[in-house]
Design a protein. Structure first.
Length: 306
């Protein structure tokens, strides 16, 4: 995996990774909170056939950390500039979660794709009034906001672990005792391995996936979703109507909590609504959580290769 840095005309840095020698290029944009490392395993599997580019969004990995840049149009513009510097040919563009929002913006505005693959991005649910009843808002966005408004804890990874919404799924009777126990274990690991992804004994492996790459995450990016500034001046219906290439939407399991909290990125109705604006649109359903490329890697790769 080759490591490169693209410098924009405004002197901002975008770190990207390149692997494979195929003629066809696939560009992959990760979700919020992680970085290109999320797609490393997938990229290696594709490198025998494709030229794969993994991009770190602003506020993630080794790309520029500057809160003024944490807007979909700014990120989309600069990632497109990177793509244009690498090829003039049409590409396959893949985006996971917030990376899917960015990928859709890029295709809608620059038409550089002949195929767009959207991995469970939170269309219609992550902005405006609806965002208040989504898991991302009550979890990552709110924890980012609270972290930035306190001064006692400087380690965001540890702060997020101790304050994540997931504690609400534990029995109320033992919740605080369990949280203290696991937080103590997480604290010891962070002290011993401050530069490694968090590992906590007996904590579910799939839950720890959320911490992969979080060491290099700027919580001000989450603040941009908390305040809704990430989507500033964006009309998503108009944006989607500008997408003309074949688009495949990978839809994870729909999950609505008893209290009405939307635990998934978007509902079935939201996904189907996208097809009202994108002419060549297909939905592929997966019975898994939000990280389809992790939980259903084989099926995910099949779609990318098809």
């Amino acid at each position: 995996m080759e490591t490169h840095t693209f410098t924009t005309t405004e002197n901002h840095q975008i770190r990207y990774y390149l692997t494979g020698r195929g003629e066809r290029m696939i560009v992959m944009i990760h979700a919020q909170g992680t970085s290109s490392v999320s797609y490393f395993d997938v990229a290696e599997q594709l490198s025998d056939t494709y030229r794969v580019v993994l991009v770190d969004c602003y506020g993630h990995g080794d790309s520029t950390h500057d809160a003024e840049l944490y807007k979909i149009d700014t990120i989309g513009r600069d990632i497109h500039a990177l793509i244009h510097s690498l090829t003039n040919n049409k590409i396959t563009l893949v985006g996971h979660s917030s990376g899917g929002l960015i990928a859709a913006y890029i295709e809608a505005n620059y038409h550089c794709c002949d195929r767009l693959i959207l991995e469970d991005p939170p269309f219609f649910a992550s902005f405006g009034e609806r965002r208040y009843k989504t898991f991302n808002y009550v979890d990552l966005s709110t924890v980012c906001h609270e972290f930035l408004n306190q001064t006692e804890e400087q380690d965001f990874v540890l702060y997020y672990f101790e304050h994540q919404y997931a504690w609400n799924f534990f029995p109320e009777k033992n919740r605080e005792k369990i949280r203290r126990k696991y937080a103590e274990s997480a604290g010891k690991y962070r002290t011993k391995h401050p530069d490694k992804d968090l590992k906590v004994l007996f904590w579910p492996k799939d839950a720890l996936e959320a911490f992969r790459g979080m060491n290099d995450y700027d919580p001000r990016f989450g603040e941009a979703f908390y305040t809704d500034s990430f989507h500033e001046h964006i009309n998503y219906e108009e944006m989607l109507s500008q997408i003309t290439c074949p688009t495949v939407f990978l839809k994870a399991r729909t999950n609505i909590g008893e209290d009405g909290l939307q635990m998934c990125a978007l509902t079935e109705e939201d996904a189907e609504r996208m097809g009202e604006f994108i002419p060549d649109f297909q939905i592929v359903h997966f019975n898994c959580g939000h990280g389809i490329h992790v939980e259903k890697k084989k099926e995910f790769l099949t779609i990318l290769r098809s």
